[in-house]
Design a protein around this ligand. Structure first.
Ligand SMILES: Nc1ncnc2c1ncn2[C@@H]1O[C@H](COP(=O)(O)OP(=O)(O)OP(=O)(O)O)[C@@H](O)[C@H]1O
Ligand SMILES: O=c1ccn([C@@H]2O[C@H](COP(=O)(O)O)[C@@H](O)[C@H]2O)c(=O)[nH]1
Length: 239
């Protein structure tokens, strides 16, 4: 018999950058397929899953702003990038028989439905994987904030951040080889210590809504399921 999963309903924030695989830009379908298989495993455990995907493999608004362009236009481009990634994930999920729907914060009815809290909750109750595209729909935010916002809106028990590293460290482990990984840390400590694993707005929103954040490596096949089963390799951010 399979053990009861640790959480009933979660939001997974999947790294956009990870979707590039070995490429320098864009989408490696084999990576998206692998992430889809991890989500399928979570569904088999009975966990309701919402997903937010970043857009860093395609575009970030700051790239425009850093060259003197209009930040808001850049952010619009970044949000569109998240829609492309969301459609790719839906495709990979449907291919393996997982019922999935994309709800976008920016209306584009020819491509997908628009987000509403009520519709998202109804789909999740019905067992569909709901992919939240278009970030928050507002410039000057990130998909981390979108993930924390959607987690609060749909009453998620936890926010999973599947990223390029396997947890929260005392400093960026890609820059500081001496950085030490935390097993547990509070939301307040992450903010106070200025640990840049997620943007502060996202951590603060999760904290206010008592949502734990689980940071793990999206590259670890089966890692999502292992954590849901009560094991796995991650940092738990909780008060
Ligand atoms: N204290 C820290 N602990 C862990 N990682 C950190 C820390 N500070 C900075 N980082 C860096 O933050 C990165 C995650 O940032 P970010 O959310 O921008 O990436 P991502 O998950 O790939 O998202 P995106 O969807 O935007 O591509 C990690 O890959 C890591 O290098
Ligand atoms: O609510 C949001 C979410 C995202 N953006 C823009 O999209 C890109 C890609 O998202 P990442 O979180 O960086 O992966 C982001 O850089 C912003 O430009 C946004 O404007 N609003």
């Amino acid at each position: 018999m399979t053990a009861k999963p640790r959480y009933r309903r979660v939001v997974l924030k999947a790294s956009g950058e990870a979707l590039m695989g070995e490429q320098h830009f864009g989408i490696d379908v084999s990576v998206v397929d692998r992430i889809a298989s991890d989500i399928a495993e979570a569904r088999e455990l009975g966990v309701e899953v919402g997903v937010v995907i970043g857009g860093g493999n395609i575009f970030r608004g700051v790239a425009v702003a850093s060259k003197g362009g209009d930040r808001v236009t850049g952010d619009h481009m970044g949000m569109l990038a998240t829609v492309i990634n969301s459609l790719a994930l839906r495709n990979s999920l449907v291919k393996i028989g997982v019922d999935a729907v994309v709800l976008s914060a920016i209306a584009m009815p020819e491509l997908c439905e628009s987000f509403s809290q009520r519709q998202a909750t109804a789909y999740m109750n019905a067992g569909k994987v709901v992919i939240f595209a278009g970030g928050t729909g507002n410039p000057f935010f990130t998909t981390d904030s979108a993930a924390a916002l959607r987690a609060a809106e749909i009453g998620a028990d936890a926010l999973f951040k599947g990223t390029q590293v396997d947890g929260v460290y005392s400093a960026d482990p890609k820059k500081d080889p001496g950085a030490v990984r935390y097993e547990h840390i509070t939301h307040a400590e992450v903010i106070q210590k200025g640990l840049a694993i997620m943007d502060t707005a996202a951590i603060a929103l999760a904290r206010e809504n008592h949502i734990p954040i689980i940071v793990y490596s999206i590259h670890e096949k089966g890692g999502f399921g292992e954590i849901l089963k009560g094991g796995g390799h991650c940092t738990i951010v909780a008060d």
